[in-house]
Design a protein around this ligand. Sequence first.
Ligand code: C2E
Ligand code: MG
Ligand code: MG
Length: 735
Amino acid sequence: MVLNSPDSLQASAETQFALTHSKLTAGLAADKLQHELLELEMQNEELRATHLALKEALDNYASLYEYAPISYLTLTTEGRIAEINLTGVALLGEAREKLLNRRFSSLLSSKDADRWHLLFTSLIRREKKEMSFELVLQTDQQRVLQMQANCVFLMAHNAAPTVRMVLIDITEANDRKQKERDLRISATAFDAHSSMIVTDAAGDILRVNQAFLDLTGYTKSEVVGKNLRILKSGRHDKVFYGAIWESILRIGSWKGEIWDRRKNGEHFLCWLSIAAVKASDGGITHYVATHIDITERKAAEAQIFNLAFYDSLTQLPNRRLLHDCLISSIEMAQRTGRQLALLMLGLDCFKSVNDSLGHSAGDELLQQVAARMTALLRDGDMVARLGGDEFVVLLENLTGPHDAGRVADDIIAELSRPFKLSQNDDVRIGVSIGISLLAQHGDTPQALMHNADAALHQAKEQGRGCASYFSEEFTAAVQARIALGSRLQRAIEQQELQVFYQPQVNIASGQIIGAEALVRWHDPVHGLILPTSFIPVAEETSLIVAIGAWVLRDVCRQGRLWLDKGLPSLTLAVNVSPQQFRRCDVNVLVAEVLAETGFPVGQLKLEITESGLMEYQDNITEILQNLYDQGVRLAIDDFGIGYSSLARLKSFPVDVLKIDKSFIDNIPDNKDDMEIASTIVAMGHALGFSVLAEGVETPKQLAFLTEIDCDSYQGYIKSCPLSAEEFAEFYLSHI
Ligand code: C2E
Ligand code: MG
Ligand code: MG
């Protein structure tokens, strides 16, 4: 819109009046002239009034334009400011002269300048009639203003096209929007899952959220206005609360675990975060506290701890916890110079309880063992279960090394009392204990455990039911035995074993009636090794099964060969270890070997030691009966030292009792032994057994045996064990 100014209107009216006046003076009558002059004056008066009204309107318009509460700008098509109202000038904070002709984009942030350029161009190109967008103005006073700009493209008849722009300051509106958003966020946060309280500076509650009410059981009206103290459980002392307030005053916050109280009086453990809200002058105006109930989490943690560090059957500490405690106990003992001992326990006969009464009885027994041990030991001592029937006792603050032995003796006495289980109220077990002492036997948990374990082996070796301190020599012997075990494994594969035969002689006739098969080991490095050195090692592992089977097969094969070569028939006795009965089916083995070799069953005798027979309680009678029914003959070896009951002996289908060599050795010097030997012979005969004496070396011994009516013997007096070839020769020469 282009406006004509009021001054130019006035000038054109005056020119018109002067022209008219001169024409009248030249040609018209004076009265007419007078009349017209009057009319013209009137018209002039009207014009003046119009002019004044117009000027007033223009002034009004100008002040409306200049002082409108929004900024108006007119831009050239190059984007320069052609016109700006006073509001706009005030908004941009610059003098009008500085703003006129300046590119509008120079007032924009660089991001907005690019956007502006695109939009402005599309407006100029008349791709858009008008446009409206938000932009950020950066004034020369470094103020940042968020504006809404509305632009219209204007075409004029006789002037260059322009762009009219209206700028509206929306900074405040945006701030308000942001504040509203913040408020909404904090309101949502306040009503979130964790319990929240806002108090004033005195700790009086102003606001709580639903989670707080749920947690404590209070209603809003019951707590608002009350002091935070209503949550006190009474579990913490003044010092504890003092520390909390001290932290809040010093660093403005406190976080930690605290026991609080619900409305119903119940205590709960929570994680409390409390923060002070400060005014601009630094004074505390409010406190905001959040609570998280961690009672359940703590319980879960405790359960996890329990599972990780305690044995679930006995509730005793497990190997891991023992190890951790051992580390700190060693440190403590080293600092204080006190004695520390580790006792490794192995229950004797636990396996037979488990096997015969079942696993639940075994579990019950272990629980009772744990309970007895816990009751027996002092508070500071620790008993842990490593698994199976292995328990460990950690003794601290001992006055001397002998204390450990005394405690071990007490444990042995305590555990040898019968146990009452639900299935059987008279279960007896024993315990062997190995002891290692800090410093003397090691100063790391590993060394102490290892050496206590070695000492336990030693204790078992010494005859079970006893305690033994660790000893280097013993460990060396154990190591040698372990080495022997691995060599023995190879010996079987490499066929280093050989069976020797010792003749058995009928005393009355002097005839060789059979032979005992005795295994030998020809070790390529260590030479000949006797069975007393390697059979016990083999018995500790399953090697005895392989060795036993090999000997039986070799003996039956040899026996068949002798028969085939025409040697008169003999009874061949093969030693069978009680471990073989435990670990394999001897009946099946015997049947297989006899079928394989064709050796007559009636000529095979199996020897089982008296102690082995007594130790193997389970179903030995049945097994022996089966063997007997197959036609195999049975002998009780080393008889007299195993304290077997006569009643029990009668129940076995046995043919021969072999008097142990130890009763023969001291004949004729030891009257007791002679007495025992003659009793065994008499008793054996009374029970229907044939009696054989082992280890007969002298004619006097033989004479005595003849006198007491012993049936047969074997011993060096006749022959030591011989190789198969030697034996065949020997036999043939003695027929
Ligand atoms: P055993 O069955 O009591 O065998 C008798 C042992 O006494 C044999 O020792 C034999 O050589 C020895 N002996 C025989 N007469 C005399 C004598 O007059 N004086 C002396 N000082 N000793 C005599 P060996 O061969 O060393 O066997 C020892 C033990 O090894 C056997 O005792 C037996 O229990 C076991 N054994 C031997 N061979 C086997 C086998 O193949 N299997 C199993 N399981 N054990 C075997
Ligand atoms: Mg024997
Ligand atoms: Mg014997």
